[in-house]
Design a protein around this ligand. Structure first.
Ligand SMILES: [Zn+2]
Length: 87
């Protein structure tokens, strides 16, 4: 598809990192499948890919996790997050 940010680029299948933040809570997802603009680098993550990340984020909020870094590989979130619990 054509990039809606720069209007010049075309997106190709690639990977990106996604950071979700709410208050003191930060979650980082690495290796997230996305369509990436070949011109400006803007990543487009579809809803199917985003959903498990949002679910994991809500879970982290409930548990009081402050920082959580996860690897997104083969379309799945790793089940073993790298977690730094609240002090
Ligand atoms: Zn672009």
């Amino acid at each position: 598809m054509n990039c809606s940010i720069c209007k010049n680029g075309v997106t190709t299948r690639g990977q990106t990192s996604v950071t979700l933040e709410r208050g003191p809570i930060t979650m980082v997802f690495k290796g997230v499948p996305a369509d990436v603009c070949d011109n400006c680098g803007e990543p487009y993550v579809d809803n199917v890919t985003a959903k498990p990340m949002l679910n994991a984020f809500e879970e982290a909020v409930r548990k009081g996790v402050v920082v959580d870094v996860r690897q997104y590989s083969a379309g799945e979130l790793s089940s073993r997050p790298t977690t730094f619990p609240r002090q």
